[in-house]
Design a protein around this ligand. Sequence first.
Ligand code: ZN
Length: 644
Amino acid sequence: MTVTARTADLAGGRPVVPSRGAMRPLGLGEARITGGFWARRQQTNGSATLEHGRMWMDKLGWTGSFVPADRAGAAADRRGREFTDSEVYKLVEAMAWETGRSPQPGRDREIGELAAMFASAQAPDGYLHTAFGRPGQRPRYSDLAWGHELYCTGHLLQAAVARTRTAGADELLEVARRAADHVCATFGNDGPAIVCGHPEIETALAELARVTGEQRYLDQAALFLRRRGHRSLPPHQFGWEYFSDDVPIRHAHTLRGHAVRALYLAAGAVDVAVETGDDELLEAVADQFDRTLARRTYLTGGMGSRHEDEAFGEDFVLPADRAYSETCAGVAAIMLAWRLLLATGRARYADVIERILYNVVATSIGDDGRSFFYANTLHQRTPTGVVPDDQEQLGFGGGPRAPWFEVSCCLGNTARLIASLSAYLAAVAGDELRLFQYADAEVRTTLADGRAIGVSVATSYPDSGGIRLRITETAGGPWSIALRLPDWAAGAASGATAASVIVNGRAQTVGGDRVVVRREFAVGDEIVLQLPMSPRFTFPDPRIDAVRGCVAVERGPVVLCAESTETGPDLDQVRVDPATAPAGEQDGEAVAVAALIDDTAPAAWPYADAPPDGSRTPTTLRLVPYHRWGRRGPATMRIWLPRT
Ligand SMILES: [Zn+2]
């Protein structure tokens, strides 16, 4: 396999570095978010979320569990569930991306101290997990279905990859290599034909192979993929599909079972398919994801509609009020979509990333960066409670954004994504710079032929649809800039303003899923993309029974919702007339729809031999971005509004 030179990785700071594919992703050193929607969140992530996560992990003893394995009482002092080691690793990964984005000596030192702590807890043979294998604990790998050992190792590897790509090889990479070598020695060709109940090690091993150039890590990832789907894990009440262990990965038709597990596994499969040239596997996973998007995904991009097993429902089982849509599933779906985008070049995966970013990731995180949703419902029937203080832990779902959950996987996941987000903005293919996500940004990179180019992006997206690019550096000869036209903009035939592009004052034709501007650029050249931001109605496929007869409103990439505060109408009595287009400003946020309030009183028996016939009072319903809901105190909320 070809491995990108380490020096390039260090300069780039990229989460995913495929050795082949439709394009080369840019890293933190080449694309930087400088202001706006995501810059604010990156700042909060760096200044509050990381510290908040550390505070909780110290308080609960999760970091304190990393003590030498032979220390007296090590087992008895161990705190937390089997997977808490992974939360510490994910936090370190987020810290590593954050230092790559915005260097801080204090954070650098903190990562070094944590790496030393991991090293001290690592057994001489490389095994590292604080809940197994020590005197008084269960033996190593005695519970592969639920023990999360290889899952935790995977997150250790990903933390080391992030650290190496942002600061260079250090002790963390050494710890990760020893752990990976131990995994290869234990589960190699001669090892037991069994897999971890929670995928994650696959994508981590593939990326560690990319960083180190070690073929055996990639081989091990491929071996784990081949071993899954043969029901080697013990039977479970949720079935083998819960673990994606029901069918070999290349024979499956859709993602199924536990959503985060399925998405991590698929991401690992894409990594291995790309590195081994296995196009059949790549297309199999792309087909499964496409089918999942077509039948098992919420309007928000959220995935997982079953609370009891955190799983995908059957096709079109997408109840709004029982949406699970775990934040981690959103992050995992972005990981998968990004890999598929890089491998195939298909623009729809960038659309998916945008949808999930604005409607799952941004929704989950509290304004202060110290609280978050674990599940992201699309319909809150009873008012959420008040956000508890920093020190209080909550159960899952249904409540407000919480400072902490017993299972707090989501905080570390959003933290590592937000810190590395600028790496998802753009890529280079040949002599073309492709811009996928729109934010205030500075891009400085080289085309495939080595020419250095620079572009600055100024926008107040998604509040407005204007995106202004200015060439800041260029070299002789023509090259191209390709701008993504989101699916919602291309589909603006329904009377909405179409997208337009102006290059140095002259309009250019726009169509399809992207617009390409090719010319011999000069410094100061300007491209202005204008996306149609009028609010629009969105209708569900009638097979989604739970929201049949309803309509939603979207504006640009943002899903809107009705949120009721104490004085507002009862949202479950509102009926919207889709014959009257929603009203809203091109550059504003106020969106209103004409509605009726159905005042039918509940009867003794909620079914009758004729449709209910209450009186209907006209009203105007104000809608807000879904990602803003629940930030102004207890509220009910709904995205899907029944039609008149
Ligand atoms: Zn989670």
